[in-house]
Design a protein around this ligand. Sequence first.
Ligand code: NAD
Length: 378
Amino acid sequence: MNYSIALVPGDGIGPDVVAQATEVLDAAGDKFGHVFNYVELEAGGCAIDHTGEPLPPETLEAAKQCDALLLGAVGGPKWETLPGNLRPERALLGLRAGLGVYANLRPAALLPQLWSACPLKDEVLAADNPPGTGGFDLLIVRELTGGIYFGKRGRSDDGNSAFDTETYSKVEIERVLRIAYAAAEVRRKKLCMVDKANVLESSRLWRELTQALSREYPHIETSYMYVDNCAMQLVRSPGQFDVIVTSNLFGDILSDEASVITGSIGMLASASLGDPASAPGQKGPRGIYEPIHGSAPDIAGRDIANPLAAILSAAMMLRYSFGLETEALAIEAAVNAVLDAGLRTADIAGRGDPGGTERIVGTREMGAAVLKALLGEG
Ligand code: NAD
């Protein structure tokens, strides 16, 4: 099968890590009989330098024609003094809005090889530990385009008060819930909806709709938790969670908390999903896939950035946009294999080395090692 992928390497370490992700994708294509056609596009600081705007209209138009988008990172000190609407980060908002993605998926798993990178105590990690993991393996699905960040806001005429409004329509809630249930289907089949239904009316609507939808997914265990409790449970017993689904504001906070307990920014991937596109051959929702880290200008172009978050983002693309679960698992297994073999980029070095084999490698060597492990040559 052929897939077209919009490639937005962006700025800083973006091009360094995206190059490794495409090499691994191509190897997966060779191994499993798929062809990935890349359409390289400019967005962010590099686009400002060449065109004067962070998201040139032709970038968005071309991205819309593709089956999915793989992004590195955008931004850097060079563009930090520009006015807000001309900053590289505007490209991210423009791509999200333009491609209609409304659900942000952030896995946060503590790999056994990186156990000591986690700031939590061993006994916390041992609680409710999902089989085969080093402590926890959860996925936060955050609503991305609604709620209080997009609601009515303002100040009173006398300037003595201010307000922001949390508004959600049934359509906005249901569509993100469906994505969360679909994600739970291919994971451990547990979904926890996080809200503040003891106080907020909008949360009560989230809860009602989840209760109704859960009947369509009887094989998935649905539970409910207040957000304040969830914030505590994430550091008391993260192993209890599989998929967490929640609103924009709660998801923003909880997903940062979840990523911190993994202890390694260079390892964390993300997906932002919308409705299925009508492009021929499209298997799943249209999506933007990117590592959660930024452009790390301090280490750009020096062959030291960790490419694993970008590689794992590519695996998420195979899983969620193309329905290629076996291929996604193969890439994830290859990443595990190189960590088992003791390979570490500098950011994850010195954080657990059970076999005493730790060896520090650069971006390209790490990418090449994953590729070899994928092809069974490691
Ligand atoms: P950052 O994530 O770029 O870097 C934070 C720290 O983590 C740095 O020390 C960096 O060297 C390190 N780091 C990040 N990714 C790494 C990797 N893959 N391997 C090894 N080390 C890694 O965050 P920042 O410094 O706050 O932001 C730098 C720029 O990136 C800013 O312009 C910011 O606006 C932008 N940014 C972009 C995105 C995005 O494109 N999605 C996200 C966050 C920040």
